[in-house]
Design a protein around this ligand. Structure first.
Ligand SMILES: [Fe+2]
Length: 484
C-alpha cells in the first residue's frame, strides 16, 4: 500500500514534511558571528511524525518540532527534537496518525478519547530556567533547554488548572512575572477563560476565571504594568460545528471586535468589555503599556479573514493576498465610560510576527521588528512556484513605532523569511541595540539559513549567515535565551 502525505500546499514544496531530528555542530557560516552573542535561539513549527489521519487544510495541526541554535564563541550548534506530547507518544506507539482535525476531538480514533490533543507546535518560551513548548489548546509542555528532551505537561506546582495555556504569554522584565491565560479553559468551545500570574520562580500567585461573551480565538493578548487585554475577533467556535465535521472556527463578519480589560491583579468582577463596531482579524501583539489610566496596545491587524480555511458559514473567504494589513495602536481610556477604544494606524504595511527588545515588554518602547511583504520586490515564480500563503514574507522590517519610519531588508527573489527575534547586544545596551536572528527559507534549494543582522542597520543585510545542511519547514514562533 502506498504511503504518501496528502497532495496539498501544506505538505509539498518547501513544506514537505521533514521529520528529521538532528544534531549539527559548528554550522558553516558566511560572515562573522558576533562574539558577544552567547545564548540560544529556540524556535518551533509543525512537522508531522506520521501521515495525518485526515487530510486537513490546517497548516498548524501537526507535531511540534523544536529547534535550538546555540551561539558560543563565534560558533553555532544546531539541534532539533520533537516535542513529545501525549499525542506524539500515542501515535508513535501505534505507528500511525490517531488524531483528526484541528480542535475537533470528534474526528479522533476512539483509542485516544480524552487524551490531551495538543501538538506544542506554536511557540517556545524560557521562564525560571525552563523551556516550554506551547499550543493554545493544551497545557504548557516542559522541555530541557540544553538537550530538548521532553519532561511533560506542567501544571506549575499543581495550581494551573486551566486545560489550556496560551502560546503568547508575556514575561515582565521588571519583576520576572510570567503573565498567561487559557481560553476554552474547561474544554473545547467553552466560554471559560482563566488568567494567571506566575512569579519568577514558577509559582502561581494570581488566578482569575471569567466567561467570554462568545467562544472564539484568543490567540494573543496584551499585558501592561497594570492591565491585561483579551481581544476577540470575528471567529467563533461551537460544538455543533465540530460534531458535524465542519471547520472548527467560522468567520462571522457581522460581529464586532471585543476587548476584555482586566486590572493585572484584578478579579472577575473588574473586567470591562470594549467594542469596535467593525470586523477585523487580530494578528499579534507588538507591545503594550499604560500610564495609569490609559492603555496603549500595539498590534498587527487585518481588515478581513486571513484564515481562509475557517471561512464564513457559506464557505466565503477573501484571497489572503487582497486583505489590508496594518500595525495599529488601540487606546483604552480607563478613566472614562467610553466603550470604544481609540484607533491609530502606526504603519499601513503587511507585516506580522513582531518581536521587540524584551527588556521593554509591557513598557513604553520605540523599536519593533517584523516579517513583512515588500510588494515592490521581485519573486522568481519560475524557480519557486506559486508563493505559499503559509509563508508569504519576503523581507525583515524595522519599525519605529513613535515615528512610523520603516526600514527593510529583502531576502531575495527565491527566499522567504520566518519570524525575526531580537537579541539585545548586552544588558546595558540602548533599546533596540542588538541583533535580529531569523530563518530564511531557500525555496529552490529546499535548505534553511539562519541570518544575523545588526538590528539598527538591517538594510545593510546579514552580518553573518549560518547555513543548515537540512530544511526546516515554515515555523511559527521563537525566543532567545541568554547563556547566563
Ligand atoms: Fe502566534
Amino acid at each position: 500500500m502506498a504511503k504518501k502525505f496528502p497532495e496539498n500546499l501544506n505538505y509539498s514544496g518547501f513544506d514537505t514534511p521533514s521529520r528529521v531530528e538532528a544534531d549539527v555542530l559548528d554550522l558553516e557560516v558566511t560572515g562573522e558571528i558576533p562574539m558577544e552573542m552567547n545564548g540560544t535561539f529556540f524556535r518551533v513549527g509543525p512537522d508531522p511524525q506520521f501521515q495525518p489521519k485526515i487530510n486537513s487544510p490546517i497548516f498548524f495541526n501537526d507535531d511540534g518540532m523544536v529547534g535550538s541554535f546555540k551561539f558560543k564563541d563565534g560558533q553555532v550548534d544546531f539541534r532539533s527534537r520533537y516535542a513529545q506530547t501525549d499525542r506524539y507518544r500515542a501515535e508513535k506507539e501505534a505507528r500511525r496518525g490517531l488524531f483528526g482535525d484541528y480542535r475537533n476531538p470528534y474526528t479522533d480514533d476512539p483509542s485516544v478519547e480524552g487524551m490531551i490533543r495538543g501538538t506544542a507546535n506554536t511557540a517556545v518560551i524560557v521562564h525560571h530556567g525552563k523551556l516550554f513548548a506551547l499550543k493554545e489548546d493544551s497545557p504548557a509542555l516542559e522541555m530541557v533547554p540544553d538537550t530538548l528532551e521532553t519532561i511533560g505537561y506542567s501544571d506549575f506546582g499543581g495550581k494551573f488548572t486551566s486545560e489550556t495555556f496560551t502560546a503568547h504569554p508575556k514575561i515582565d522584565p521588571n519583576n520576572g512575572e510570567l503573565v498567561a491565560f487559557g481560553y476554552s479553559a474547561k474544554g473545547v468551545a467553552t466560554l471559560d477563560t482563566a488568567y494567571y500570574v506566575i512569579d519568577r520562580n514558577g509559582q502561581v500567585v494570581h488566578e482569575v476565571w471569567f466567561d467570554c461573551p462568545r467562544a472564539g480565538f484568543i490567540h494573543d493578548f496584551a499585558v501592561t504594568e497594570n492591565f491585561v487585554v483579551f481581544p476577540l475577533d470575528n471567529h467563533t467556535i461551537n460544538t455543533e460545528r465540530l460534531k458535524a465535521g465542519k471547520p472548527a472556527f467560522v468567520w462571522q463578519p457581522e460581529l464586532h471586535q471585543m476587548f476584555g480589560v482586566l486590572p493585572r491583579r484584578g478579579e472577575a468582577k473588574d473586567i470591562r468589555w470594549f467594542t469596535i463596531p467593525k470586523k477585523a482579524f487580530h494578528g499579534h501583539t507588538v507591545n503594550a503599556w499604560d500610564d495609569g489610566t490609559t492603555i496603549h496596545y500595539d498590534t498587527t491587524l487585518a481588515d478581513d479573514n486571513v484564515f481562509a480555511f475557517f471561512p464564513e458559514e457559506g464557505g466565503n473567504a477573501p484571497n489572503v493576498f487582497d486583505i489590508n494589513n496594518m500595525v495599529m495602536r488601540l487606546t483604552f481610556d480607563m478613566s472614562s465610560d467610553r466603550t470604544e477604544p481609540g484607533q491609530t494606524v502606526i504603519a499601513p504595511v503587511m507585516a506580522e510576527l513582531p518581536s521587540i527588545d524584551p527588556r521593554y515588554d509591557t513598557r513604553p518602547y520605540t523599536h519593533a521588528f517584523l516579517a513583512s511583504i515588500d510588494p515592490s520586490k521581485p519573486y522568481d515564480f519560475e524557480k519557486c512556484g506559486p508563493p505559499s500563503p503559509n509563508n508569504p514574507f519576503n523581507s525583515l522590517m524595522h519599525l519605529n513605532v513613535r515615528t512610523g519610519e520603516v526600514k527593510r531588508w529583502f531576502a531575495g527573489p527565491t527566499c522567504a523569511v520566518q519570524e525575526p527575534v531580537f537579541v539585545p547586544k548586552s544588558d546595558t545596551a540602548e533599546e533596540g541595540e542588538g541583533y535580529l536572528v531569523a530563518l530564511v527559507n531557500r525555496l529552490p534549494e529546499r535548505l534553511s539559513d539562519l541570518v544575523i543582522l545588526d538590528a539598527q542597520d538591517i538594510e545593510a543585510g546579514p552580518i553573518a549567515t549560518a547555513h543548515l545542511p537540512i530544511r526546516l519547514r515554515t515555523g511559527l514562533h521563537g525566543c532567545w535565551m541568554p547563556s547566563e
